[in-house]
Design a binder for this molecule. Structure first.
Ligand code: NAD
Length: 512
């Protein structure tokens, strides 16, 4: 196999700096000579780009103070006026679409179309939040007492601490910032150390939008900090909500600490998403959907399809179709228009992939296709997506390995398929491919898929922002983006108003 042709690191560095400058970031590439730094690396060539200054615990504490101070003013700005900021931000994101996609490509290795899709998702959530800024509605209920009104009001909550993962470096923050901002909150954002340039550019655009509409400063304070230094954010009683996206291990560490101070969390943790393929499935559509869901973003989406549960009567045919599709996958430079599979984020990701494959084979699995690392002459990790036929859902299949491995399992009855489907710790996304309405409805029913996202004839990944996004069980239970996810960013006050002149007590209590 010929080595992949990749762009040079110098070219990528220049491209990143140019995109940053256009977004209004002037400091990148000029490391201050004091304090901690974080090294920015590109998975495209595996090389370091430059160092940027990092925050320490005191900086994180100062960021919380600044955001808290801004909250005092921001919460009194009418919600539709807060929406005007998000509207302006969405316009700026649209104008800098290519710049943000460049940074996402350089830092995370997303192919162009997926990087642009991530930016589109930012614009979409801004649109949703702008509409929402006039619809943060509470209910009015009938009071049991004459001359009384019973209603609820939704108020801003305070500083939202946002911790984000590397694989959606801009979109997940934008879900939070768009909703939190119209809800009257301010934010402290700790991005993944592997995606700090995108975070810096997003923050610069948000700050510019705030200045353009005359909003206060420090509505979204960026802290480029290590996980250890971010502990201040997790533990601060001045941060009533921590919205954290990342691995189950991260959730296990932070959730008990936030709970110990009675803070709230929105947890968006790992997935181990499956699709059931029934004998009536349209196999052309199924194959296309499965390949995108299993291989997109090189298997590094929380919603990536990791398990395919196929009826035994069609398993050989499904495997053959997938092998043929996998053999044609263009792997390589994510900036090349025809590429569908870019690099893994780093060597550690490659090690976990290799470890998982060794374990799967030791468990009796057969690798049907893929698994090799493509030569590049660099320390980047481009791998062939893998299809592994498994005799059973062993421990390694039940774990999330953040790489393009698809395990193929077979079933006889739909009950068996659903049991296998649900028998994993995670509960994020799920699909059934069928043209039998009874099977589809069963999968959607209370005794069907136990996930937060349950789809029919569409893959597990690629959700729209209009619905609430998130999952059950070890995925953490959080919901973000559309539907009524905004309520998690506000506090509810129940109001009883007596306009009667008398004082009747509820439940007919006589206290005279
Ligand atoms: P990660 O857990 O390594 O890191 C996520 C973020 O948490 C980073 O910013 C990291 O610095 C921070 N962090 C880790 N430990 C912390 C601690 N103790 N205190 C404070 N911050 C801490 O995850 P990753 O490798 O960046 O992302 C991949 C993981 O994220 C996968 O498991 C994937 O499924 C999950 N993910 C979930 C969703 C979702 O919506 N459910 C979306 C994207 C990614």
């Amino acid at each position: 196999v010929d080595p992949l042709v990749l762009p040079g690191t110098d070219e990528l560095r220049e491209r990143a700096l140019a995109a940053l400058r256009r977004c209004g970031v002037t400091t990148a590439g000029h490391t201050g000579d004091t304090g901690d730094t974080i090294t920015v690396r590109t998975p495209i060539t595996g090389a370091d780009l430059f160092d940027i200054p990092a925050a320490d615990t005191r900086d994180v504490a100062a960021a919380i103070d600044a955001a808290h101070e801004a909250f005092g003013r921001w919460r009194m700005v009418p919600a539709p006026a807060r929406g005007a900021l998000v509207k302006r931000f969405g316009e700026l994101v649209g104008r800098h679409r290519a710049d943000l996609a460049d940074l996402i490509g350089i830092e995370v290795g997303k192919i162009r179309s997926e990087a642009l899709g991530e930016v589109q998702e930012m614009i979409d959530i801004c649109d949703l939040a702008v509409g929402l800024s006039r619809q943060l509605t509470g209910r009015t209920m009938p009071s049991e007492r004459p001359g009384h009104r019973l209603m609820e009001t939704w108020h801003p909550l305070g500083v939202v601490g946002v911790i984000s993962a590397f694989n959606f470096p801009a979109a997940v923050w934008s879900w939070n910032v768009a909703l939190a901002t119209v809800c009257g909150n301010t934010m402290v954002w700790k991005p993944s150390p592997r995606a700090v340039l995108t975070a810096t550019a997003c923050t610069a655009l948000f700050d510019r939008a705030a200045a353009d509409v005359g909003a206060p400063a420090n509505l979204n304070v960026l802290v480029i900090a290590s996980a250890a230094d971010a502990a201040v954010l997790v533990d601060s009683p001045r941060v009533p909500l921590v919205s954290a996206t990342g691995s189950q291990a991260m959730g296990e560490r932070i959730a008990p600490r936030v709970a110990a101070r009675f803070g709230r969390v929105i947890l968006e943790l790992g997935g181990n998403n499956a699709a059931v393929v029934t004998p009536s499935a349209d196999l052309d559509l199924t194959t296309r959907a499965v390949v995108f869901a299993a291989v997109g973003t090189a298997g590094q989406r929380c919603t990536t399809l990791r398990r395919l549960i196929v009826h035994e009567s069609i398993a050989d045919e499904v495997a053959a179709r997938l092998r043929a599709a996998y053999a044609r996958l263009p792997i390589g430079d994510p900036f090349t228009e025809s590429t569908l599979v870019g690099p893994l984020i780093d060597g550690q990701a490659h090690q976990s992939m290799a470890r998982a494959l060794r374990q799967a084979v030791a468990d009796g699995g057969t690798i049907l296709t893929g698994g090799d690392r493509r030569p590049t002459g660099t320390s980047a990790f481009y791998v062939e997506p893998v299809l592994v036929r498994m005799p059973a859902q062993t421990a390694i299949v039940r774990a999330e390995t953040f790489a393009p491995i698809l395990y193929l399992l077979t079933y006889r009855t739909l009950d068996e398929a659903i049991a296998l489907h649900n028998d994993v710790p995670q509960g994020l996304s799920s699909s059934i491919f069928t043209t039998d309405q009874r099977e589809a409805e069963r999968f959607l029913a209370a005794d069907g898929s136990d996930c937060g996202l349950v789809n029919v004839n569409i893959g597990t990944s690629g959700a729209e922002i209009g619905g609430a996004f998130g999952g059950e069980k070890a995925t953490g239970g959080g919901r973000e983006a559309g539907s009524d996810a905004w309520r998690a960013y506000m506090r509810r006050a129940t109001n009883t108003i007596n306009y009667s002149g008398a004082l009747p007590l509820a439940q007919h209590i006589d206290f005279a």
